[in-house]
Design a protein around this ligand. Structure first.
Ligand code: UDP
Length: 145
């Protein structure tokens, strides 16, 4: 497969509570749409701990797990299903690496994320990291779709 031949796929994007509180929803969605990806579902909601614990189940043994879940239910988030060619990897590229301090300038996390004032890394967005994660996470957040 060549890079111009990536498959159409779907990923789960979440604008986390820090992004919503800082009025960055439009900025994140602007970057998604400017890249050429399509928003096919979009919802503002305050999630509960059960959903977040399942969403981040792979991290349940990590020291930051409880703080992360607490942070993610601390306010509304925007969950979106985003569709496009190679969008799973592509959105991860737009987001940048986990830690905003080392995330590249030009990425959402590099330009906008913060690592101070909270027990968790406030990196504005979540994006699924594989096709398997995308299918699982879309099923959790949008069970009717
Ligand atoms: N996180 C954190 N401290 C850490 C590692 C992760 O607060 O030392 C948070 C951060 O918000 C991150 C999320 O946990 O986005 C999930 O971590 P993961 O390693 O899956 O990073 P991501 O896939 O979001 O880049």
């Amino acid at each position: 497969m060549t890079t111009s031949d990536t498959a159409t796929e779907r990923t789960l994007v979440i604008v986390k509570p820090d992004g919503v509180a800082r009025n960055l929803v439009g900025e994140v969605l602007r970057r998604v749409e400017a890249k050429g990806y399509s928003i096919v579902a979009l919802e503002l909601r305050t999630a509960d701990t059960d959903l977040l614990a399942r969403h981040y189940a792979e991290h349940e043994d990590k020291p930051f797990f409880a703080s992360l879940v607490e942070f993610m239910v601390s306010g509304p988030v925007v969950a979106a299903i985003v569709e496009g060619h190679g969008v799973i990897e592509g959105f991860r590229s737009l987001a940048g690496s986990t830690k905003p301090t080392s995330a590249a300038p030009g990425t959402i996390r590099g330009d906008l994320g913060r690592e101070w004032g909270s027990a968790v890394v406030q990196n504005i967005v979540h994006g699924s990291d594989s096709p398997e994660s995308a299918a699982r996470e879309i099923g959790l957040w949008f069970p009717a779709l």
